[in-house]
Ligand binder design. Structure first.
Ligand SMILES: [Zn+2]
Length: 167
């Protein structure tokens, strides 16, 4: 499996998890590709990373992970994957002042409502904690997960949020 392939519900998750856990060797030509550092991150064939959500056809609710049925309306139709929006609004946040060694504090742990209905938790950067406001428009930014690599030196892809415009 190439990480650039679209991961489908039937087999992708278990396969990807096996690879991430190191139980399945990656193909030689994929070793240098960045690896998803979050369960909702997918890497497209062109190497670009994006967030994948799952939407219920019956009620339109969106979820950050695959489910067998809709959590909102209990429809048994399996929610289908979609590429999530890269803009949204800050729903709520917490300023984290204490963390593990090597993690700079304070940082803003945010929950963002993306414009397509998917809610996602991530770090909000580039804004002082006392300047954060509910509802402020933010953009999803894919990053290098703080420079983290696996034991073979392969980089990870992560994401954070950053304020948009003058908000
Ligand atoms: Zn539903």
């Amino acid at each position: 499996m190439q990480l650039g392939m679209f991961i489908d519900l039937a087999q992708g998750y278990s396969e990807a998890n096996e690879i991430l856990a190191g139980r399945v060797p990656m193909a030689a030509d994929t070793v240098t590709l960045a690896k998803p550092g979050h369960k909702a991150i997918r890497i497209a064939a062109d190497g670009s990373a994006f967030i994948e959500g799952f939407r219920c056809d019956a009620c339109g609710a969106a979820f950050p992970e695959a489910t067998m049925a809709c959590r909102a309306c209990a429809s048994r139709a399996v929610p289908h994957p979609f590429r999530a929006a890269e803009t949204g609004k800050l729903f709520t946040w917490s300023v984290v002042s204490r963390s593990y060694p090597g993690i700079a504090v304070p940082f803003v742990s945010a929950i963002v409502d993306l414009d397509d209905g998917l809610s996602l938790k991530g770090t909000l950067r580039d804004v002082a904690p006392d300047q954060v406001k509910a509802g402020m428009p933010v953009r999803l930014v894919m990053d290098n997960a703080g420079g983290a690599t696996d034991k073979d030196g392969a980089p990870y892809v992560g994401f954070h949020f950053t304020p948009m415009g003058d908000a």
